[in-house]
Structure formats: C-alpha cells, structure tokens
Design a protein around this ligand. Structure first.
Ligand SMILES: [Zn+2]
Ligand SMILES: [Zn+2]
Length: 187
C-alpha cells in the first residue's frame, strides 16, 4: 500500500515591496482511499493557486476530508475555509464546525500511509505530515523554510529543539522534504 503525493503551490518569502512582504505557503495534497488531505492552505497569490492544481487532479474542494496545519501562523492557515467538509488538524486537536476534539498528533494516522508527527522547533507546536509513497517517504514540514535553511530559524524559541526535530525527520530517510516556503528537496 502507499499514498499519492502532489505539490499544489510552491511557497516563498519575499520580495519585500513598497506594499509589504510577499509570502507564499507551500501547499500540498495527498490521498489514499477515502482520505483526501491538504497541508498548509495558507497565503497564496489567489485561491485559484490552490484550487486549479487540485481541479487538475479531478478533486473539488468539498471533497477534501482533512486539512493539516503544520503550525498556527496565518501564512499557513488563511485559506482553510476553502474546504467546508474537512476536519482540521493541529498538534493537539481536531476541529470540525464547532467541535473541538483533543487528539495528540504524534503518530495520528489520517490513512494507513499518511500520518502526523510532532516536530517542535519553528514553534513549540509544529507538526509534520509523513506520506509513504511508492518511491519512499515524503515529509511536509516547517522545520525548513526552503532547501538549506534558514540554518538558524529566527522564530525558533529553542534552537536545540529545532535541531532535534530536523534530525528526527532526516532519520526517517525521506526521499523528499517539502519545506514551508520552498520547493521540495532531497535531503
Ligand atoms: Zn510560522
Ligand atoms: Zn511559514
């Protein structure tokens, strides 16, 4: 068994303009069986930046069953409401409509080959999504913003904590790391 992984939008930080900073979230889609999952539907140039690549896969937003927030910074959550039928997952709970269910994200499976792990560092509440594909593991994570960095995350409250999470992720020997604001890379 394995899950399917698709990149929907490649994130970025910058450029800084007269109007403000351009920030994009890396948005991903994965599916296995009945589970259709979006990770980090945050800042994008337009909603179509998420919906069009999803439509190209034959998937409508109302079909999405689960949305994962790597952490709760607005640049990774703003477009959550595009998915009216989804359950929303963070490090400690699942939210749907007005229902708040405490669930520890560590080891929580959304499908047989799609699961969450706690990877504190960028914030103490960060989680990563692990996908077992036919070619190997893919990990969506904000432990990196983009390939190679930043070496020292300016938001990290505890650098050693982030280092441990990065080591844990690399220890899974993923074929692909999908960072918060950049293109997927092979570690
Ligand atoms: Zn953040
Ligand atoms: Zn971010």
């Amino acid at each position: 068994m394995s899950a399917e992984f698709h990149l929907l939008h490649t994130g970025y930080v910058g450029p800084e303009t007269d109007e403000g900073l351009r920030v994009g979230s890396t948005v991903a889609f994965m599916r296995q069986g009945d589970a259709l999952v979006i990770v980090d539907p945050g800042l994008v140039p337009a909603r179509t930046s998420i919906l069009e690549p999803l439509a190209d896969l034959g998937v409508g937003p109302e079909e999405i069953t689960d949305v994962v927030f790597s952490h709760q910074h607005i640049d990774h959550t703003l477009n959550a409401a595009l998915f009216p039928a989804a359950r929303f997952h963070d490090f400690a709970a699942i939210y749907q409509d007005d229902l708040w269910t405490d669930v520890d994200a560590e080891g929580h499976h959304l499908a047989e080959d799609i699961w969450l792990i706690k990877t504190p560092g960028h914030t103490v509440e960060d989680i990563s999504t692990v996908i077992r594909t036919t070619d190997g593991l893919v990990v969506c994570t904000h432990a990196w913003w983009f390939e190679g960095g930043p070496v020292e995350d300016p938001y990290a409250p505890d650098k050693a904590m982030l280092d441990r999470s990065r080591e844990r992720i690399l220890g899974l020997e993923p074929r692909l790391v999908v960072p918060g604001h950049g293109a997927p890379f092979s570690p």
